[in-house]
Design a protein around this ligand. Structure first.
Ligand SMILES: Nc1ncnc2c1ncn2[C@@H]1O[C@H](COP(=O)(O)OP(=O)(O)OP(=O)(O)O)[C@@H](O)[C@H]1O
Length: 346
């Protein structure tokens, strides 16, 4: 009935005998439905499961990233925090007129910033000072990985670091607040919204379809326009890194090299990544770092070997949330207590 055209809600939809109306218009309903529903929900689930199983069976050939010129797969997204191009995701080959859009970094009000800084715990504070010293005192590129279980304050920390770095850059004489010198991103729209950032796809115009393992080279005009916007980029912060797969991480590296016109890793841009590898894993891809249960990195990715590890351990969530976060952390370590089991049974 969803697909039956109507003009008066009361007469056409509410005060009717549904079975009779359906019988009367079933051909039209089926025809309209077929225009919108191409696959049933359970078919999607089945396809997704099959795809995941296949992905697990044969590991991705990471060397197989190709660079080619296929403009349809590569679009500059119109809005900040979207997940990508809906037409491309649906496999519809429509060229829509696009304009690149960057969220110009926004400083939070002074009072909020001071409150944020004052609320930091010791480790968060130490880490911030470390980053600020690196930013202020040298041009040396750095790569950090902030690791820690659920609720230890990783997102809070990177939001604060981003604000601190932004303030520093904006305080430099002659600085242009419209210039993007630091950016904060996440792999999904939801995660990006939580940190007031952009998706990696939007920010770096990455291809939506990760399965093809192709990074399409930017059209030179687009590349130049992005290059102008990002030419001063010095620090990229990425949250929820566990959801960024091996392939996507390489694409971030390649895209930054292309935009910054530099063969240095990540185009010479410093990178801070933050996440918990016991939480969500990448869709249809393997982790960028491989971890054993004891959190030791078994480095099999040249990019991951660049990263210095920083751990946050103190769970910052309040009351009930904190108990839940501890239970999650125990599960991740394979050390569940009876209390944890009972909590999850409720
Ligand atoms: N220093 C702090 N003082 C007080 N509360 C804090 C502090 N750091 C973080 N929090 C609070 O703890 C909670 C968890 O923080 P946050 O979301 O930053 O953790 P996370 O490690 O990113 O968690 P997850 O991995 O589950 O996303 C939030 O409610 C946050 O406001």
């Amino acid at each position: 009935m969803l697909f039956l055209p109507w003009s008066n809600e009361e007469e056409d939809l509410i005060h009717i005998i549904h079975e009779e109306t359906f019988e009367l218009y079933k051909d039209l309903i089926r025809q309209k439905r077929s225009e919108y529903v191409h696959r049933e929900a359970n078919e999607f689930e089945k396809a997704f499961e099959e795809h995941t199983e296949r992905g697990n069976d044969d590991d991705i050939d990471d060397k197989n990233i190709e660079y080619d010129q296929d403009k349809n797969e590569f679009l500059i997204y119109e809005t900040g925090n979207n997940e990508g191009d809906i037409f491309v995701e649906m496999g519809i080959n429509i060229r829509t007129e696009k304009v690149e859009h960057f969220n110009v970094p926004k400083m939070i009000p002074d009072a909020d910033y001071q409150r944020l800084i004052r609320s930091l715990n010791n480790n968060q504070r130490k880490y911030t000072l470390n980053v600020m010293n690196l930013i202020k005192d040298s041009d040396k590129q750095f790569f950090h990985f902030i690791n820690g279980g659920a609720g230890v304050g990783k997102s809070t920390l990177i939001k604060e670091v981003y604000q601190s770095v932004l303030r520093f850059y904006n305080s430099l004489p002659g600085s242009n607040p419209e210039t993007i010198r630091t950016a904060i991103c996440a792999p999904t729209g939801k995660a990006a919204a939580l940190i007031d950032g952009m998706t990696l796809h939007s920010f770096l115009s990455l291809p939506v379809n990760q399965c093809k393992h192709k990074l399409v080279k930017l059209d030179s005009g687009i590349s130049n326009r992005i290059g102008v916007k990002l030419k001063d980029l010095q620090l990229l912060i990425i949250d929820e890194i566990s959801m960024v797969g091996f392939t996507m991480f390489q694409q971030v590296d390649a895209r930054l090299q292309q935009i910054m016109k530099s063969r240095e890793p990540f185009g010479g841009v410093s990178v801070i990544v933050s996440g918990d590898f016991n939480q969500l894993r990448p869709v249809d891809d393997k982790y960028i770092f491989q971890f054993s249960n004891s959190y030791n990195a078994l480095v099999d990715n040249p990019l991951s070997s660049l990263f210095e590890l920083f751990e946050l351990t103190e769970i910052m969530r309040q009351k009930d949330d904190k108990i839940f976060a501890i239970a999650l952390s125990n599960i991740a370590k394979g050390m569940m207590t009876l209390g944890d089991i009972n909590l999850l049974k409720l």
